[in-house]
Design a protein around this ligand. Structure first.
Ligand code: EPU
Length: 349
């Protein structure tokens, strides 16, 4: 059949920031065969969209946009202890989390309510409440745009890091992620390493939570802090949490001893090598929490989330983000990096 193009399609409902944007040519991908056109041309579409929950349209008109709606879940292997599940990249992530819990397959419960598609999950190694995709990812099946060849990436080959992977670095723009294979457990093994999650469950009088209870608590925390994009445009955390060297961290902590900090690893003498600090705290200390600039602003309950009140443009968020970055740098000498991907229209010719 090949890809079915529509003309002049409004992208407003296709991304969670809710800015007005237009695709001159637009198509919804239902099967991998729809991509034959691109493989023949040996190139990626100008923009491939998943759930549109981690991007910022910096421009208003894009030439060519393809939405990934590939569906399908297949059990590849099953034993008493585990199940190996292959999931098509266009499936909705949160629906997958609920679907696996219904079957009593565990491992995704802390990752409930993360917006977006399954195919986007390995690109930035999604993570929340003490768990990252890395802990359940078996492999990623991808097609190379240049050749149409299928390639299987083991977890190691995906080179996952904090909100980072091969697909964001050397592999950027080179592959279409077709399927993600997850290894899930049949025995519950709740991960309560995140203090806020433990606290929530304690408040509810639950000391040995089931994965479903963990999932429910995560959903409650997220709903209380993070704005619902259906009501207030946003793309979750706008910046990454900075990871400092031990030396950098000790230097900032001398001036700002109240800075919350979380060592990620230690050397042989027990000194922290890499230390994560919350960007939300740095931003809040610079006075940004709840600040509104025209049609955009900083969320009142979570300083890491930039929001769109309606009627604004992506550039306004970029300007605000730049101002925030500069003020954080001036006060703390720490460079914030974007977590959200700004998308610029391809300049023709
Ligand atoms: N904090 C503030 N001010 C705020 C909010 C938070 O000072 O307005 C400080 C507090 O010290 C708090 C700490 O930041 O203890 C951590 O806050 P929170 O638990 O809300 O998490 P986060 O570090 O701000 C990260 C992820 C979120 C994820 C949560 C829970 C990143 C960039 N963000 O946020 O992911 O849901 O942890 O695991 O790593 C996303 O990626 O879009 C996202 C929402």
């Amino acid at each position: 059949m090949g890809v079915q193009w529509q003309r002049n399609c409004n992208l407003k409902s296709r991304h969670t920031f809710g800015f007005e944007a237009l695709a001159r040519r637009f198509a919804v991908l239902k099967t991998v065969d729809d991509l034959a056109f691109f493989f023949r041309e040996g190139r990626a579409p100008e923009l491939l969209l998943g759930g549109g929950s981690n991007l910022l349209f910096a421009d208003e008109v894009y030439e060519e946009v393809v939405v990934n709606a590939l569906q399908g879940k297949t059990v590849l292997e099953e034993s008493e202890e585990e199940v190996l599940l292959s999931v098509a990249s266009g499936e909705n992530w949160h629906n997958l989390v609920l679907w696996t819990l219904e079957r009593a397959w565990y491992g995704l419960e802390n990752l409930a309510l993360i917006p977006g598609t399954v195919g986007a999950a390995p690109i930035q190694n999604i993570g929340a409440y003490g768990v990252e995709l890395e802990s359940v990812l078996e492999e990623v099946v991808a097609l190379e745009w240049r050749s149409g060849e299928r390639r299987v990436f083991s977890r190691e080959a995906c080179r996952l890091g904090y909100r980072d992977s091969y697909f964001k670095r050397e592999g950027r723009g080179r592959y279409f992620i077709e399927r993600v294979v997850l290894r899930l457990r049949k025995q519950p093994q709740p991960n309560l390493s995140y203090a806020a999650l433990r606290q929530k469950l304690e408040e509810q009088g639950i000391s040995q939570p089931s994965p479903r209870e963990v999932c429910r608590a995560v959903m409650e925390i997220r709903r209380s802090k993070l704005p619902d994009p259906a009501i207030l445009g946003n793309a979750g955390s706008f910046f990454k949490n900075p990871v400092l060297s031990g030396l950098e961290a000790r230097s900032v902590l001398e001036s700002f001893p109240q800075l919350p900090h979380y060592p990620l690893d230690f050397d042989e003498s027990g000194r922290a090598v890499r230390i994560k600090v919350p960007a939300a705290w740095l931003i809040e200390q610079c006075g940004w929490k709840g600040v509104r600039r025209g049609n955009v602003g900083v969320h009142e309950h979570q300083a890491l989330v930039l929001v769109h009140y309606g009627g604004g443009r992506g550039r306004e968020v970029l300007d605000l983000a730049e101002e925030i970055r500069q003020s954080v740098y001036r006060k703390f000498s720490i460079q914030l990096e974007y977590e959200v991907q700004p998308v610029f229209a391809r300049v023709e010719g």
